[in-house]
Design a protein around this ligand. Structure first.
Ligand SMILES: *Cc1c(COP(=O)(O)O)cnc(C)c1O
Length: 354
């Protein structure tokens, strides 16, 4: 039986996507060949790549606005450096809201000067700093829309006077925002878009070509754009499965429809965390994430009982990250509301037992 999968990443994908993807591995489109056995230059695969790239722009509302979508490799982590390679000339501003933005800063610093416009490190990243300034002479401003580990999310984005770059690995395609306020968006596929192995980069072409550095080809966005996201052999399975997930999302009614579902799940989850005296939320209320809910047990003695009950109910992967402890329920697009109901039921049952 399918488990209630709250994994933070790699994470749950729609069951119908998994079925289609598994069929394609054996025999793609009744071609007598596996998707994994055909050339990435074949019409079959070029069509998949082009469809995936077009769906990204369509779903984000970025068609005809000067953006290009790329499916790259190396994870969101490789983007930490690649962004600086392509955009950093003198100085950039970073908002530090968690482990991932800390890592992004560390990598960019290897190339040039980075300034932290604000940080919530002093409170173990349990909130999002607000009211900071972004100097006009910076090359770009970088932020992380959703902090997967700490369970915080930017509900509003600053009015940046310089190009805005955003790591959306764990909440892209989850909510309606004006995606055109960003000049570069990136996301590892394995949280809300597909399997591990590809990284989505959506980039406004006119911000490129402004640094004096000689960029190595594999790290040069212009080279990837020029090659139609096929500068070298792309991760064919990850791109195909991401395309299937994007098609699924479109069939659900797109981002606006999935946002409603995500809000229902988050509301149910947080009302249990807030009302059940056995649990305590980690993130500051106004900043908490609709994707990753972080919480702890007030009484550690109940840990064993709670975890045995979770197991019994078929609930998987709600363990928290080591830097926060406790529990984390990741409620990405493909997680059904029923899974959250199952988790909340166990939490309230624990209350009656305690
Ligand atoms: C998971 C995650 C990353 C790292 O992604 P990789 O693909 O493993 O490099 C970066 N940023 C955020 C916000 C994440 O959630």
């Amino acid at each position: 039986m399918k488990k209630h999968n709250f994994s933070a990443g790699p994470s749950i994908l729609p069951q119908e996507v998994l079925l289609k993807a598994s069929t394609a591995i054996v025999d793609y489109n009744d071609s007598g060949l596996s998707l994994l056995e055909i050339s990435h230059r074949s019409k079959d695969f070029v069509d998949i790549m082009e469809k995936a790239r077009a769906l990204v722009l369509e779903l984000l509302g970025l068609e005809g606005k000067g953006y290009k979508a790329l499916f790259l490799q190396g994870g969101a982590s490789s983007q930490f450096l690649m962004i600086a390679m392509n955009l950093l000339e003198k100085r950039a501003g970073y908002l530090n809201t968690g482990s991932w933005s800390t890592k992004a800063i560390k990598e960019a610093e290897k190339l040039d000067d980075i300034y932290e416009v604000a940080s919530s490190a002093n409170a173990n990243f349990n909130y999002i700093p607000k009211g900071y300034d972004i100097p006009e002479d910076y090359d770009y401003f970088h932020c992380t829309s959703n902090n997967t580990i700490f369970g915080t999310q930017l509900k509003e984005f600053p009015n940046s006077p310089v190009p805005m770059v955003c790591d959306m690995s764990s909440d892209i395609f989850s909510r309606v925002i004006d995606y055109s306020q960003f000049d570069l968006i990136y996301a590892g596929a394995q949280k809300n878009m597909g399997p591990a192995g590809t990284t989505l980069v959506v980039i406004k072409e006119d911000i490129l070509g402004k640094v004096s550095r000689n960029i190595p080809s594999i790290m040069d966005y212009k080279k990837h754009i020029g090659a139609g996201s096929m500068f070298n052999t792309p991760p064919v399975f990850a791109v195909y499965t991401s395309m299937l997930t994007l098609e699924w999302l479109k069939e659900q009614g797109g981002i606006a429809a999935i946002e409603k579902e995500n809000e229902k799940k988050a509301r149910l989850m947080y009302s249990e965390i807030d009302l059940n005296p056995l649990f305590k939320g980690f993130a500051s209320k106004e900043d908490r994430s609709d994707m990753n809910a972080t919480f702890t047990l007030q009484n550690e003695n109940l840990k064993e009982t709670f975890e045995a009950m979770l197991k019994e109910a078929g609930i998987s992967a709600v363990n928290g990250h080591r830097s926060v402890g406790g529990y984390r329920a990741s409620m990405y697009n493909a997680l059904p509301l029923d899974s959250v109901k199952a988790l909340v039921e166990v939490m309230s049952e624990l209350e009656t037992k305690a």
